[in-house]
Design a binder for this molecule. Structure first.
Ligand SMILES: O=C(O)C1=C[C@@H](OP(=O)(O)O)[C@@H](O)[C@H](O)C1
Ligand SMILES: C=C(OP(=O)(O)O)C(=O)O
Length: 438
């Protein structure tokens, strides 16, 4: 078996048909770490982030904040980051900056609004896939306010250039169905606008719990927003730095270990992930409960268990927790009836087209899958093809999700396995530790 550290081109998934048992501590949430970095930089005073995530996505945001003049000291060994909040002061430099955002949606969207607060010229570009991921609605809202921001290829995607002159504020409208990150980005920058900002969300708001996460975190730093359905009002204000801010374990990362129990049986506790979590993806536990698992939340974490009872199929709308789609898709063939995943059209513009990718890789195992514009229906399959090399499309969630399926199908290999470094560089260590303990 290829071990972590030696894996490069492929990862041979250990075959495992016994129940899994253990307590898993997953790293800090990507979404909370990146919000905390942005808000703490704009705050007055220093903040220590505890249990911060160290991965490509958080490193990209840290590097960008440093480039524009913020002091961010990170210590990976203790999972802490010290952010010296300087409000918008570093952004008042009239210099030019080139920023690289990789394929980090949160970094790209959050920085776009944050840098509009400055006085510099900021150019931002990412990898080829980031040049296909939408940003146009956010750019349009900023332009409507009077911000000089250009999509340099005219595609509504990076690369972009912001000629900063401050954020005017006022009323803006923005589509809610493409990415909630646009709304979160405007929210976090808004207290420093010249006039109070009022955001009107047009259409349905996808991934809504992430917007509530943003509002809760802003409130933790002293800025209280008002929401009336589709209207958000943000007063002018200054974030007050906390001395420390504790980051929750990553619920999307935890979904793989929860799903391992659904697949194999056994009992696994995810330490520190409670019902009160800021992360909507904690509701993935409820999906597994519908499929026949037992779910118990306590103040210590969430425990997922499954005994002899069969894993049932399910018909679910994952509009608000769509990062868990690959996780569910990968265990779906083992359910006793079909699994239908609905209302997730926006996952076609994530790290890859996740609907097409899940459908293609499940079919490579011989699974019958019906593809919809906004989801898929996966039939049970008792004879999955062995020896499959799973393509991961430079998408961390494809690699992590299909490692689950590989536990139950001999000789499964994951191609380009280290794409997990986007959000979970130590994934295979955690995965193998769970299997070793079981
Ligand atoms: O705000 C956030 O932290 C996120 C919002 C979601 O994106 P969309 O709002 O684009 O669905 C999610 O998929 C992403 O991983 C993180
Ligand atoms: C979609 C994701 O990330 P982002 O949009 O932040 O790149 C993800 O982590 O699954």
């Amino acid at each position: 078996m290829d071990r972590v550290g030696t894996i490069s081109a492929t990862y041979r998934v250990p075959y495992h048909d016994k129940p899994v048992y253990g307590v898993v501590s997953v790293p800090g949430s990507k979404s909370i770490t990146n919000r905390a970095l942005a808000i703490a930089a704009l705050a007055k005073g220093a903040t220590r982030l505890n249990n911060a995530l160290f991965s490509d996505d958080s490193r990209i945001l840290m590097a960008a904040l440093r480039t524009v003049g913020y002091t961010v000291n990170a210590d990976e060994a203790s999972a802490t980051i010290d952010v010296f909040g300087a409000q918008t002061e570093p952004l008042q430099q009239r210099a030019e900056y080139d920023l690289f955002v990789g394929n980090s949606g949160t970094s790209t969207r959050f920085l776009t609004a944050l840098l509009a607060l400055g006085k510099g010229v900021y150019r931002m570009d990412g990898v080829a896939r980031m040049r296909e991921r939408p940003l146009g609605d956010l750019l349009n809202s900023l332009r409507a306010m009077g911000v000089d921001v250009r999509d340099l290829l005219g595609t509504g995607c990076p690369p972009i250039e912001i000629r900063g002159a401050g954020l005017p504020g006022g009323t803006v409208s923005i589509r809610g169905d493409e990415s909630s990150q646009f709304v979160s980005a405007l929210l976090m920058a808004a207290p420093y606008a010249q006039s109070p900002l009022r955001i009107e969300i047009l259409g349905e708001l996808v991934s809504e719990p992430y917007v509530e996460m943003t509002r809760s975190m802003m409130a933790a730093f002293g800025v209280h927003t008002v929401r009336r359905e589709r209207i958000l009002e943000i007063p002018k204000g200054v974030y007050q730095a906390n001395t420390t801010y504790d980051i929750e374990p990553d619920a999307s990362g935890a979904s793989y270990f929860m799903a391992a129990v659904a697949l194999c049986g056994g009992e696994v506790t995810i330490r520190g992930l409670t019902r009160e979590s800021l992360q909507g993806d904690v509701a993935f536990a409820d999906v597994l409960e519908q499929m026949g698992c037992t779910v118990t939340f306590s103040s210590h974490g969430v425990t997922i268990a499954r005994g002899d009872e069969p894993l049932r199929g399910v018909d679910v709308d994952l509009f608000h927790l769509s990062d868990t789609v690959p996780t569910l898709a990968a265990i779906a063939p083992f359910a006793s009836s079909a699994v239908t995943i609905r209302n997730v059209a926006n996952i076609r513009v994530k790290e890859t087209d996740r609907i097409a990718a899940c459908v293609a890789e499940l079919r490579a195992f011989g699974v019958e899958v019906e593809e919809f514009a906004d989801g898929m229906r996966i039939s049970p399959c008792r004879n999955l093809r062995e020896g499959v090399s799973v393509r991961t499309y430079d998408d961390h969630r494809m690699a992590m999700a299909f490692s689950l399926l590989g536990m139950r199908v001999h000789d499964t290999q994951i191609l380009d396995p280290m794409c997990v470094s986007k959000t979970f560089p130590t994934y295979y260590e955690h995965f193998e530790k769970l299997l070793d303990l079981s």
